[in-house]
Structures are given as C-alpha cells and as structure tokens.
Design a protein around this ligand. Structure first.
Ligand code: GTP
Length: 317
C-alpha cells in the first residue's frame, strides 16, 4: 500500500471483509512442444520466455508472476522433459525438472487434447515418482482449438482419469484468453493463504542479462529454422551500462558444436547473423527502454553438451 493511501488503517474493518492473501508456486510440465511457454506467457501477460516451433527451446527455469485480486501466482517454467538424448545436458535438465517440482504447490501437466504418447507417459511417470506422489496435478488438455471431433474427447478424458487421479481436468487452448482467465479461477484454491512473495507489478525475477540471452536464442532458432541443433547456446561476455542505464553495450557469443553450424548461423555474407543481431537488439531496446549496442560472435565449442564441466560454466546446474 502506498504512503498516500487514504485508508488510515489497512486492517480496519469496513463492513466488507478483505479476503486473505494467497500465494503459491505453480510448475508447468509436459513433453516438448505441447505449449508450455505459450501458456506461461499467456498466464503472465507478457512475453518472458521464448516460444518457437522448434522443440526443446526452453532450457532455463523461468519464473513469471501474476497477481489477480488477492491471489499471487508464481509460475515456474520447467525445461521440456528430455527423452531423446542422453548427454550430460539431459541428465542436468531432468534433475532441474525434479528439483523444480519438489517445492511447488500445484503442477500443471500439459498434454495435447486427445493425445497421450510415450513421451507424455514418461513425464507422468516422473510426477508419480517418490516425493511427488501427493502433489496436486492439474491435467491441462491444451490445443483444444486444434481438435476436430470434440465428441472423441470425453472417452479420452475418461482414459486419462484411469492413468492418474488428477486434481482437475482442464481442456483449453493457451491461445484463448477466456480459457486462460478460467484457469486462474481453477488454480486459486491451490495457493496457500500466505503473504505475497513479490510486488504486485512484478513480472519476472530473472535478470535483464538472462532475458537478453533468451532473446538472442529465440531469434537464433527462429531465423535458422530446423537446421540448428537445440544444443546451441548463448553466453553474455560483456555487459556495460552507460549514461545512467540509458545505454547498454552488450557482447554475446553463440556457442555451437560444429563449424557447419557456425556457417549456418553466419549465413551468406554474414546476412543471417546480422539479422539475428538486429532483431535481438530491437527487442532488447523495447524491453529495457534503453539504447543497445549489441556485438554478436559465433564460437565453436565441440562436444560441450556432453561435458558436465562446460554445463556448469554456462549456468546449468
Ligand atoms: N493450435 C494451438 N497451438 C498452440 C497452442 N499452444 C501452443 N501452441 C503452439 O505449439 C507450439 C509449441 O509451443 P511452445 O509454447 O513453444 O511449447 P513448449 O512446450 O514450451 O516447447 P519446448 O520449449 O520445446 O518444451 C507453438 O507453435 C505454439 O504456437 C494452442 O492452444 N493451440
């Protein structure tokens, strides 16, 4: 409450009782490409994590915060549960998923409405494992808009009921705002009554530096299409603020595994790298409300995805 508030005593009764504050952690899990990032961005109301048609682009844990009336929802976006690759990177990612889930109040398990494959089953098995058994899990049957025959959905939902006793069954589309609003109402009772963790207008607790690297990564994946393996990463090498924060000088490296990938990113006469840099710079300027000078490098670091040591130095724990 701000100091100029007319109310002399915020705790005073005025005939209308103020509901107690609620606050809780919510994790969003599901196989790659089911729409986790899309849903979190819709829930938080601002783009803070990258989305892409390319599977497995979400590797960092990202927190988004949304306060609706008395309830504060703190969202944790977990990396896609890795099933295809077996490098150290994936072990690290799976550890991150389990670590994230153990301390949340409710888990949103995303699947595509009408579909439940081996990859979904692996994520569900993880949720049914030791330590997570009693956690409320809400089944989100996403991409409802893409379902041709809605009548097929009822038997499918019944089948899902047999697989796990979910706390709620929510067929919806992350692209539809009305569905997203309804989800807030459904989730509210799962948040414990306790004071908010963040200011009401707080959207993310990740640093600008982290968001900058995510923006570069998003442009990288968007502009290289499916050619680039998901193991490419971005490291911020230099970050300088000038003129009281009005100007940023940022130098970043895109780290790839092979020379061929380097060529792919640089493109003909450097055109593609130039475009990645220019689009990333513009988005950073909008986000940071400052002038940005961005220098981008492409480095080849062979086999980094298999080395625990490299993972640590790039910030994956
Ligand atoms: N038709 C439809 N498409 C959706 C919906 N939600 C997400 N998508 C699309 O599904 C694709 C994948 O969405 P993401 O949000 O990147 O998926 P993700 O689960 O975060 O993917 P990873 O980062 O690979 O784990 C994108 O092309 C989205 O636009 C939806 O409700 N309906």
């Amino acid at each position: 409450m701000d100091a100029s508030s007319p109310s002399p005593d915020p705790g005073a009764t005025s005939g209308v009782s103020n509901p107690a504050q609620r606050c809780g952690l919510i994790a969003i899990v599901g196989r790659p490409n089911v729409g986790k990032s899309t849903l979190m961005n819709a829930l938080v109301g601002q783009k803070i994590s990258i989305t892409s048609n390319k599977a497995q682009t979400t590797r960092h844990r990202i927190t988004g915060v949304r306060t609706v009336e008395e309830a504060q929802f703190v969202f944790v976006d977990t990396p896609g549960f890795q099933t295809k690759h077996s490098a150290a990177l994936n072990r690290s990612l799976n550890r991150a998923v389990v670590g994230t889930l153990s301390d949340v109040d409710v888990v949103l398990f995303l699947v595509e409405a009408g579909r439940f494959g081996m990859d979904d089953a692996k994520v569900l098995a993880l949720l049914q494992g030791e330590g997570l058994k009693h956690k409320p899990v809400v089944l989100i049957a996403n991409k409802l808009d893409a379902v041709q025959r809605r009548t097929d959905l009822l038997p499918w939902l019944k089948g899902m009921q047999d697989r796990h006793t979910f706390a709620e069954y929510v067929p919806m589309s992350a692209h539809k705002m009305a569905d997203v609003d309804r989800l807030f109402a459904i989730l509210k009772p799962y948040l414990p009554e306790q004071p908010w963790y963040y200011d009401e207008d707080m959207l993310t607790d990740r640093s600008e530096k982290f968001l900058a690297s995510e923006i570069i990564r998003e442009k990288l994946f968007r502009l290289t299409g499916d050619e680039l393996p998901y193991t490419s990463t971005v490291v911020i090498d230099k970050w300088e603020e000038e003129e009281g924060g009005q100007r940023r000088r940022i130098s970043a490296s895109i780290v790839v595994e092979r020379d061929a990938h380097k060529g792919m990113i640089i493109g003909d006469k450097g055109e593609r790298l130039k475009r990645i840099g220019s689009e990333a710079r513009q988005e950073m300027e909008r986000l940071m409300e400052a002038k940005v000078f961005l220098e981008l490098w492409v480095k080849v670091r062979s086999g980094w995805a298999d080395s625990e040591e490299h993972l640590r130095s790039y910030g994956y724990e």
